[in-house]
Design a protein around this ligand. Structure first.
Ligand SMILES: N[C@@H](CCC(=O)N[C@@H](CS)C(=O)NCC(=O)O)C(=O)O
Length: 216
């Protein structure tokens, strides 16, 4: 059987999110680095696999999907040793999904809105309105975490791996989360996630790349 391949770039938050899910599930994967700084995602061989040219991309024996959270859901359902990471119970799963969509449509989007222009468009500062917008969203995350130890309940799920990958990127830029005590506690708990160190290494590179372009 051909190994599962994950096309990955460690600096990318979504890519690290998929990898954190892979590590939590414990499924062996072959990591194929696609260096976005060298524009490798636009090479013909990768475009044939993913015409949308983004990481992460998964190839499971010829079945190809992208979108980090879809990858996490698929792998957890197919290879999870039980349903802890992605519950089968409809209501529990709906809470995990809600948190995943919160990340995809709100948290990650706001982090990207701040960092993308700094990384690629010559922006050198973070506007107050962007700071307020992200902090407002972090307030919701803090509220979720006031209700449970993990973002979707008593045990960690693929909602934690996804949200942590997003948050770790902005933490590496130096974001102040001192106003969010529940997030602070959860961030410490996330150090127990399988693959945590690997995620931190990528997040650190992301943070350095952003900070390099910020006016001091
Ligand atoms: N919503 C997607 C975002 C994927 C994404 O935007 N990946 C970026 C890196 S963070 C990428 O591959 N960019 C290269 C490109 O689009 O050419 C996910 O969660 O997987």
């Amino acid at each position: 059987m051909s190994p599962i391949k994950l096309y990955h770039f460690p600096v990318s938050g979504p890519s690290r999110g998929a990898l954190l899910a892979v590590r939590a599930i414990g499924v062996p994967v072959e990591i194929k680095i696609v260096d976005l700084f060298k524009k490798e995602q636009l090479q013909d061989n990768f475009l044939k696999i993913n015409p949308q040219h983004c990481v992460p991309t998964l190839d499971d024996g010829g079945f190809v999907i992208w979108e980090s959270r879809a990858i996490a859901c698929y792998l957890a359902d197919k290879y999870g040793k039980d349903d802890q990471l992605y519950p089968k119970d409809l209501k529990k799963r709906a809470v995990v999904d809600q948190r995943l969509f919160f990340d995809a449509s709100s948290l990650y989007v706001k982090i990207r809105a701040i960092c993308f222009p700094i990384l690629f468009l010559g922006e050198t500062e973070i506007k107050q309105s962007q700071k307020d917008d992200l902090n407002n969203t972090l307030g919701f995350l803090d509220q979720f975490l006031s209700q449970s130890k993990w973002v979707a309940g008593d045990n960690f799920t693929i909602a934690d791996t996804s949200i942590y990958s997003s948050l770790s990127s902005i933490l590496a830029v130096g974001w102040d989360i001192s106003a969010f005590t529940n997030i602070q506690r959860w961030v410490k708990d996330c150090a127990t996630l399988p693959g945590y160190e690997e995620n931190e290494e990528g997040a650190k590179k992301f943070g350095e790349a952003v900070k390099k372009n910020l006016k001091s």
